[in-house]
Design a protein around this ligand. Structure first.
Ligand code: P6P
Length: 337
């Protein structure tokens, strides 16, 4: 496959990996790629358009919705609605699921869970933001899809991916057969294969956590942070601290360079901040497919039971050896302060 393989060509060529596929997943991934290009166009000129700043309302999370949040949400839902391959959308920006019950879509095989613009509080300061998506097979029989169709464990994902709107715009995804990265070439408006078969380094020297909350972290997390900071030439410590505050950007850097990203629980947020369905599961599927590890400090993220749509989970994700090391500190029996 040459470097100029477009996303569309790649999806079709890889379709052969799915002997019973009839093209639905390929078309669904294409629909997501098209919406990503539309959102990218607006993200790239957010400073020029009256699209910056809050939309004046708040989302289910109680976070002020940036106009670009609202725009991105509408673009992805619209693309999925018109594409005909998705029977229900669950968006991090919406309180409830969105059944797509048009004649074509209501019997479609797939459900999409999406965080249309993660890290959007960074839009106004020109820090990379991202879209995160998961694709599941519907499990309910014919008729309108049900909430239970999206409350599936992360192991049931058919595909997952993210788009990072950064110094370049990339789409990175997996269908369970490895991870591939595509960079948008604006001159032709195509995502082109730029990072084939991505693998996260087994170990690394970058740790990514919001140390502003240090006093509220469980003792095991505090101990691991101190471990990262201790001088030890043999294990390349002290590590480097890097925290962008946009999960897709932090994860993408660690996927390429190696590293660990931690968003732990605190006394105030016993399940952490990040959403299991919209952030933890899709990014964990990708990192595992790239050879990394993702847990909540003890349990594999993809095995965590999904009980509610906006359920949160602590997450330790990245290079396998770093996550295992961090977990070893979590086995110390301490209470979050
Ligand atoms: P904090 C963005 O709001 C987000 O959901 C993730 O993209 C990011 O990693 C995290 O929250 C940042 O949270 O509490 O460190 O500002």
């Amino acid at each position: 496959m040459n470097n100029f393989t477009t996303l569309g060509q790649f999806i079709i060529e890889k379709q052969a990996d799915f002997p019973y596929a009839k093209g639905e997943l390929s078309r669904l991934l294409r629909d997501i790629g098209i919406a990503a290009k539309i959102v990218n166009r607006e993200v790239n000129k957010a400073g020029l358009m009256d699209i910056l700043g809050s939309a004046g309302n708040t989302n289910i999370q109680g976070e002020s919705q940036q106009k670009l949040d609202v725009y991105a949400n509408e673009q992805f839902i619209s693309a999925l609605r018109s594409g005909g391959e998705c029977c229900m959308v669950a968006s991090e920006e919406n309180e409830t699921v969105i059944p797509i019950d048009s004649a074509v879509s209501k019997s479609a095989k797939y459900i999409v869970a999406i965080d249309p613009l993660d890290g959007s509080s960074n839009i106004d300061v020109n820090v990379p933001v991202g879209t995160i998506f998961s694709i599941y097979r519907r499990i309910s029989p014919e008729g309108p899809a049900l909430l239970s169709d999206v409350l599936q464990k992360g192991t049931e994902q058919v595909a997952a991916g993210y788009i990072i709107y950064g110094s370049s715009t990339m789409l990175v995804y997996t269908t369970g057969r490895g991870v591939n990265g595509f960079t948008l070439d604006p001159s032709i408006g195509e995502f082109c294969l730029s990072h084939p078969e991505m693998k996260i380094p087994e170990n690394g020297t970058i740790y990514s956590i919001n140390e502003g909350y240090y006093v509220h972290f469980p003792q095991g997390v505090k101990s691991y942070i101190k471990y990262c900071q201790v001088e030890d030439e043999a294990s390349n410590r002290p590590y480097t601290s890097r925290y962008i505050g946009s999960m897709v950007a932090d994860l993408h850097r660690n996927l390429i360079k190696g590293g660990i990203f931690i968003y732990p629980c605190t006394a105030a947020a016993p399940n952490g901040k990040l959403r299991l369905v919209y952030e933890c599961n899709p990014l964990s599927f990708i990192i595992e497919q790239a050879g990394g590890r993702a847990t909540n400090g003890s349990t594999r993220i993809l095995e965590v039971e999904v009980n509610t749509l906006h359920q949160r989970s602590p997450i330790f994700i990245g290079s396998e050896q770093m996550v295992l090391k961090a977990e070893s500190f979590m086995n110390e029996v301490f209470e979050p302060s």
